[in-house]
Design a binder for this molecule. Sequence first.
Ligand SMILES: C[S@@+](CC[C@H](N)C(=O)[O-])C[C@H]1O[C@@H](n2cnc3c(N)ncnc32)[C@H](O)[C@@H]1O
Length: 257
Amino acid sequence: MPESGDRDCDYGIPIPGDELPPDRWAITALKQLPELGPLDIETIFGRKAPLAVELGCGNARWTISSALSRPGFDHLALDVLPVGIRYATRRANRRGLANVRIAVKDAQTFVRDYLPAGRTREIHVYHPQPYHNPREARLRLIQPTFLADVHRALEPDGLFVVQTDSPEYWQYIRQAVSVLFTFSEHPDPWPDAPHVRTRREIYARLRGLRVFRGIGERSADSPDPERLAAWIESIPEPTFQTKPRRGTSRHRRTPGR
Ligand SMILES: C[S@@+](CC[C@H](N)C(=O)[O-])C[C@H]1O[C@@H](n2cnc3c(N)ncnc32)[C@H](O)[C@@H]1O
């Protein structure tokens, strides 16, 4: 997480936003999820607003940045590892981000059981764990049932935004996502974040690794259930092989793409 002596930066790049005085802090930790979903999103945020969800958020750099620049959106961010979530929560609290909730939770279970159908405007996944060991391939987040659950959770015209620096994972993602969504690749950095959206993206660019980005748009019409089931059936499992990459330029100061 943050480098010692540099608590509010990722590899020297500041986390967006400023700390507010304590009387303006928010409470963003979603500590206790109900035993059964779906969540009542309006009750959680105390209003009805479009919802953006970040899965496997790490330190939730993207969520914090998006919540600051889009106060009209509510944001849910989650990760299985508590350490990143602790930093994320502290920063979001101290920035007074009432439009953010952050939880420790497995993304697959969360989307399947806790996101109400057709309620989420955007689902974001940045640099999902590639799991280089073939025995762990089943743990990969992007897989047929997960994509089916993302499709169900999104509003008509909702967006699935995904990014990775693993070429093999990217080959799989573009093929698999295109089955259920209108998929467009985005070769350049996102225009709202010309430098970076996430901590892993900073790391990848410092190392000279290529970053792959894309958006899957859910169609406005819901396909009939039989057709949807056939589409899901046609998506292969993510059993591809990867090789860990060490990057080409370890100490480059200015991130490349
Ligand atoms: C390579 S890191 C990327 C973190 C962040 N998105 C970024 O781009 O900086 C992958 C993250 O996914 C999390 N993760 C892995 N499997 C997960 C799962 N099933 N549910 C939620 N988070 C998961 C890991 O704990 C880790 O924080």
